[in-house]
Design a protein around this ligand. Structure first.
Ligand code: MG
Length: 375
């Protein structure tokens, strides 16, 4: 089943399903309210028996006829708890955590594109066991594949690659527009992750994601700029050997690998064309230009509720930027100030989904106040 079916990941997953009708059958879809027509079209096209939406039930039912419709704020979690071979969670934002936990709690495997599930509730998610989650995030899919080359005890460090986003070479950040920030040089993704790539918040979130997914201390997780986005990440082993996973930037590869249960689907994505000249660059991240990466690492190391606060504040700040309320440079500023103010009171451990929700609510209220102050 596919959660977030009308988003970038969901749409590409359905293209993979369509190209491989012998391998996949979609038993349920869930999506928000923003594109009910597309959700209805998907359900009809793939003869899906159950559909969840946070949008209007009657409207969707009218479009669908005989299909069962589940509505409401918890609809994605209800859908996720239907037994199936694998749940693809392509929801954007920490609202994806509930459905991830719902899927795991009934024994489903999760192909996880929703990195916020791990950032906001990593301990809760990983308590279900490491073998139940296959990452869809391209960097983590790469690491997952590279890890197959050695034993966990032989890993020296992992190196996440970052394209550097549209502002890698930009000196002056003061008058960046929303259109500038949405213009990603190598990847086509949803708006929030695209803005997160421009601030490098995305890389910060992915460092925390890697910590939980692979049970690595933060000292063993680094990140490097790689503008071509062909090497998706690397694992360096203790003998000095580095294993990298490479393919031209497309989410089809990692999505297909994950939804097939870590198997390789023929022609999932175009390979590197070795008959044309390749030039791959790697360079360190400028921490002064992109403070989000170190801020995320600090929040990750302190642990407890801090990564959830970090992520919730960022969701508010990105939304404020997209809506023209704050300039680009204030995104990290709002997140930093929220973390500073709430960090001292944050719990050491997160025991439940409601703990996460309570922390996030506090972070959102404060981040919204800080946005108003910075208008
Ligand atoms: Mg990624």
């Amino acid at each position: 089943m596919i959660l977030g079916s009308t988003g970038s990941i969901g749409v590409q997953a359905l293209e993979i399903v369509e190209a491989n009708p012998d391998k996949f059958r979609v038993i349920a879809l869930a999506a928000g309210s923003s594109n009910l027509q597309l959700l209805a079209d998907q359900a009809k096209r793939f003869s899906v028996p159950v559909v969840g939406t946070t949008g209007d039930r009657d409207t969707l039912t009218r479009m669908l006829g005989n299909t069962q419709v589940i509505d409401g704020a918890k609809s994605a979690s209800d859908i996720a708890a239907i037994a199936c071979d694998i749940v693809l969670n392509g929801i954007s934002g920490s609202i994806g955590l509930g459905p991830t936990l719902a899927a795991l709690s009934v024994g489903n495997k999760v192909a996880l594109a929703n990195k916020e599930s791990l950032v906001a509730g990593g301990d809760l998610v990983m308590a279900f066991g490491r073998d139940r989650i296959i990452p869809v995030d391209s960097e983590h899919s790469a690491l997952y594949q590279c890890f197959l080359s050695g034993k966990a005890a032989e890993v020296k460090q992992v190196i996440l690659t970052a394209s550097g986003g549209p502002f890698r070479d930009r000196i002056d950040f003061t008058d960046i527009t929303v259109a500038d920030a949405l213009n990603h040089p190598t990847w086509s993704m949803g708006p929030v992750v695209t803005i997160n790539s421009a601030t490098l918040m995305n890389k910060g979130l992915e460092i925390i994601e890697a910590h939980y997914l692979f049970d690595l201390p933060y000292s063993k997780i680094s990140a490097v700029i790689h503008p071509q986005s062909v090497v998706h990440s690397m694992v360096e082993f203790i003998d000095g050997s580095t294993i990298a996973q490479a393919s031209p930037p497309s989410m089809k590869g990692p999505i297909a690998y994950a939804i097939s249960g870590a198997n390789r689907i023929a022609k999932a994505t175009a390979p590197v064309d070795w008959n044309t000249k390749q030039s791959w660059e790697f360079m360190p991240i400028d921490g002064e230009k992109f403070p989000a990466v170190e801020l995320a690492r600090r929040c990750g190391e302190l642990g407890g509720g801090l990564p959830a606060i970090f992520n919730a504040a960022n969701e508010v700040a990105v939304d404020a930027f997209i809506n023209g309320l704050i300039p680009f440079t204030k995104i990290v500023d709002v997140v930093d100030a929220t973390v500073q103010k709430l960090g001292g009171n944050s719990p050491i451990t997160i025991g439940s989904l409601s703990d996460v929700s309570a922390i996030e609510d506090d972070a959102r209220v404060l981040a919204n106040q800080l946005v108003q102050e910075r208008k």
